[in-house]
Each structure stands twice: as structure tokens, then as C-alpha cells.
Design a protein around this ligand. Sequence first.
Ligand SMILES: [Zn+2]
Length: 436
Amino acid sequence: MPKLKSSYRMIFALLAMLAASTVVLFAIGMNECDTGDAPEDGHVENGNGATLPGGFTTNVVAGASVTFKCVDASDKDRCCDNAGNESKPSDTMQYNWSSSPALTPGTSSSATYSFTATTNATVTLKIQDKGNNGAGTRDYAQPKTVWTAKVNLLGAKLTAVKSPLANVGDRVGLALIIGRSITDLRLETNPQTTGLPFTFRIASATPDTPDKGMLIVYRPQATMTQTQTGVDVDNNGTYFLRYKTKLETSNNKASSDPILQEQTVKIEALLNNIVMSNIDVSVLSHFHYLKLRSEFDDAIFYISFKYSLNISASYNGGLQDYGKTHNITGSTQIGVPGMGDENTLASTLLHEGIHQQQSIAFRIQITEGEKAFLNHLSGTPYTEYERFLISRYALGELDAYIAEENSFERTALSQVQRDYVENQISLFNNILNLVE
Ligand SMILES: [Zn+2]
């Protein structure tokens, strides 16, 4: 039981401290237990008035049981009284423990004092001679403060090397689809304390998903099987762990899919089943992660890959259209609206991919037809050749929009975007009817 271990460690530390004080006292002389004052002067002190060493400080985990014990090295469970005698608690000494903030004491006449540490505390031991120490009655009003112990709760701070993370790995290519993104977690203890049995867990994920990612040990590699135990590998009071995100696959396309939602994963570090620290890690879909990092060309590559489109394009932040394919070079640029969400981007890439497949001559006719159509709108009369170009324009765009329409399932396009595509198909059919 780690809890017992913790309190034993406390006791041993305390024993060592008190033993050390006693050694000092004995080194000065055997009169340390002698009284320097007559009993009648009404107070208890340590021999010649010296104060026993204090300032003992310990750091414990919240919830640990801490026990103090008044001992000396020569005879356990005894402390010196003002008369210079070693006295048992039940005999002549009253052990008067106090603490701030108030803690539940043991028996005041006992040499031990235990409490459950739930906050920082200061514990003071006072010894009072109750009298009846051999001869006569002595009743001293002023107890002697022997020492003061400070109990500090151990501090721990959990940090993540990076957040947010993407659903999938950082590398471009196949690893984007099959990998998991990672962040390294560091738990620093204050004061730095080695050898503590910290454990870590994923406490919650919002929204919840069956795959919440996983915690793994990564240093040293040999302990990889200890899946949720941090390792103080450098033995300096800092514990390491790694978080791997949930996995996003090419099947996760619909915007309603929880895997694609922004997720908050709460990771907790525990010691003796007590949460010492926690951290929230944000996990984004890979597309939104790349957009957040302004890695637009990678986002385009990723969506082309994820949706098996095999269409290359680059981002143009100055383009206020979904996409544009150059009529001569056939190269495609994606504008700001085309990057709205991954489904819109997939559908836009599909559309521009149709234009890429059209011949240069056809694309030039489309461009010229669009110009002629816009001139027509402004009232300029158009020629028979312009009517031909406008029909080519309408046919060229219908090719692309109908391809989008036929791929609604594949691109998981939102209803709003589907309506937009349907409207465009109606528009270009109307234009076609107008000029034919
Ligand atoms: Zn088009």
C-alpha cells in the first residue's frame, strides 16, 4: 500500500530528525535533561533553556496519513521533562500537540499524533510537566514548545509539449492517414521528488468517442508495456508519458462524425489514487489542424489523399472563389471559400479535376464564353459565335457540377453545399437553354 509506505517514510524521516537532535544534545552534555530552573518558577524548558531543533519540514501527498512521535534515541517513547528525567507520556508528561489549521489530534497524553494531510499544516509539540514527578505537586502553567513541523502537500504540475493536436500524424503522405498524432507529457513535482508511483489516466473526452486516444510510456523503451505509468527516467523528479490521439481514417468524412469534432481530452496524474494534476489537450480533425497552422497546401494534399481524388492544387488566399483552373496550364488554385470544410474542399477539388481533364481548347472556350455571357448580362448584343462560346461555358461547368452531384455520398457534402451545387446546375441549364 503506497499510503502506508508514505507514512512510514514520514515516521522514519521524523525519527531520523529527532535522533539527530538527541545526538546533538548528548554531545553538549548529559545535563540536557537537567533542569536549569527550579520547578517552582512555573515553566518547563529544556535544561539550560536551549530550544530543541525545529523547522522540520516534510512534503506529503494529499490524503496521506502522517504520524509524529516524541522519542529520543536512548529510550523510545520518552522525552525529557523539566526535571531532567526521561519520562514516559503516561507518567509525568503531558504531550500537547497543536496544529494550524486545526487537525484531529490523537490522545493528548500520547506520544503519537496522526492526521490525514488534506492541506498544508503546521504541527507543534509542547511538553508540559503535569507534576507528580517523584515528589510533591508541581503544576506548571506554561508548556514548553519542543518543536514545530511543517507539513507541505507535494506539488505536481502536468504539462503537454503541444496542444492542440491533430487526429492523425504530422507527416505528409500515408502516415497522415494511418498514424496518430502525439504529445509528450511532463509531470514536474515540487519539490522535485524521485521514485513516486505516479499513474496517469484519460479522465474524460468531450465529445466522448470510443477511441479517446491512448497513454503510453516512451522513455525508456523497455517499459512500453506499462501503459499508464509515468517514468522518472532521469531520476530528477520529472515523470514522462506520451499521449497518442484518437485515429481518423478515410471513413470519417461526415461533419457530424464525432471523430472529426474538436475534442477536449482531460488527462490526470495520480499518486496513491489522488489526482495531483491534470491537463486538457485539444484534438482537432487533421484538416482543421492544418488550417489552424495555415498549412493550406498540406490541407489540400491531405483531402485529395483522404478522398482518393488524386488532384493537385495550391491555395490562393486572394482568390474569393471556391477554385480556379488555368485555361492553358490546367493548374488549379483553391480560394478561401473552397477551404471552408473538408467536404467542400473535396467537392471543389473534384470540380476542378474535371476542368483539368478538359482540353485546353475547351477551357479557352469556357473562359471566353463566360466573358461573353457577362457582356450579354450588361446588355451588349452578342453574336452567333458568342452564343456558341456561352454554350461551351455552360456545358463545361455542367460537366464539373454534375460530377460533384454524382459524388455527394463520396464527399459527404453538407446540405447547404449540395443546394449550392444543385442551384448551379439549374443556372447553367438555363444559360444553355438561353443560347441554344
Ligand atoms: Zn468550374
